[in-house]
Design a protein around this ligand. Structure first.
Ligand code: SF4
Length: 283
């Protein structure tokens, strides 16, 4: 591995360790990162995989844990953008997972520069790492709550549009909800749904994601995702005191998770990243 690249990876690992020491709580698991609680939950909010993210945000607002939340919402066609939510209604308007890469930390910087100090961010692992950097830079008077989403890869919008048209004869901009679960991509269309293996959409994935090694959002306060839980439920990994406060007395049905399955996917992603780097080195 060229020394520059090795140096970058070493630097990344050191930064992660600093974040773990500064903000996280619990034992460190090789695949899941630092955590103090792990369970599966379903809440009363209707939504993707148990409505857990929306419920956490609504609870956080109700208890005054933050003043604003940055969420990703779908816009015209199948596009997504970072948006600021300040009420439960705003949260519910943005519910559902968008499988595109969205820069939420730009919005975080904007809110901080406007004087907001207590902000929740719902984001992917790559954005969580940037959010922690922003938090470190701003010191103690900036309280950031990170709700991290499990992320295997994001799609490139234009390539996904092409692939869906060619493979499934569907216009991406006209589909309803998209869900990726247990290796299948499913899109709601008028009068039903279409689906295929996620693997078949390989060409549509965002190139940078192949080098990414974090599936479970290791630097979040609470990580949420479908892997490890049965349909209708979400896996929740609580990683900090901030996260504990957010999930405490949460109105949810809880059950145990399939930890092995989460570890399997996390390992798979780490290996894919290693292979991606070694391919880069050979080219
Ligand atoms: S796979 Fe990694 S780089 Fe790609 S969107 Fe997810 S967290 Fe970001």
């Amino acid at each position: 591995m060229p020394s520059k690249q090795a140096e970058n990876l070493k630097h990344k690992a050191e930064n992660e360790e600093k974040v773990e020491q500064q903000y996280l709580k619990g034992k460190k698991d090789e695949d899941l990162g630092v955590f103090c609680d792990l369970f599966s939950a379903k809440t009363g909010v209707e939504g993707q995989d148990g409505g857990v993210v929306s419920s956490l945000l609504i609870k956080g607002f109700r208890e005054g844990l933050f003043d604003a939340a940055i969420v990703v919402r779908r816009t015209e066609g199948y596009n997504a953008e970072a948006a600021v939510a300040e009420t439960a209604e705003d949260v519910l308007a943005a519910k559902g997972t968008q499988y595109l890469r969205v820069n939420v930390t730009k919005k975080l910087r904007e809110l901080i520069s406007e004087g907001k100090k207590r902000i929740a961010v719902v984001c992917t692992p790559c954005e969580a790492a940037v959010a922690r950097k922003i938090q470190q830079t701003n010191g103690r008077d900036c309280e950031i709550t990170i709700i991290g989403l499990f992320c295997f890869e994001a799609f490139n919008r234009e390539r996904l549009k092409d692939e869906l048209k060619n493979r499934l004869s569907v216009d991406l901009d006209k589909v309803g909800r998209i869900q990726v679960r247990q290796g299948r991509f499913t899109a709601q269309i008028e009068g039903g749904e279409v689906s295929c293996r996620v693997k078949d959409l390989d060409r549509a994935s965002d190139g940078a994601c192949r080098l990414c090694d974090d599936f479970v959002c290791r630097l979040a306060d609470v990580s949420v995702g479908s892997v490890g839980s049965r349909p209708g439920y979400s896996t929740m990994i609580v990683r900090s005191e901030v996260g504990e406060k957010l999930v405490r007395n949460m109105d949810a049905a809880k059950e145990t998770v399939d930890k092995q399955e989460i570890c399997r996917v996390a390992k798979f992603k780490k290996n894919r990243s290693k292979k991606g780097f070694s391919r880069l080195n050979k080219s």
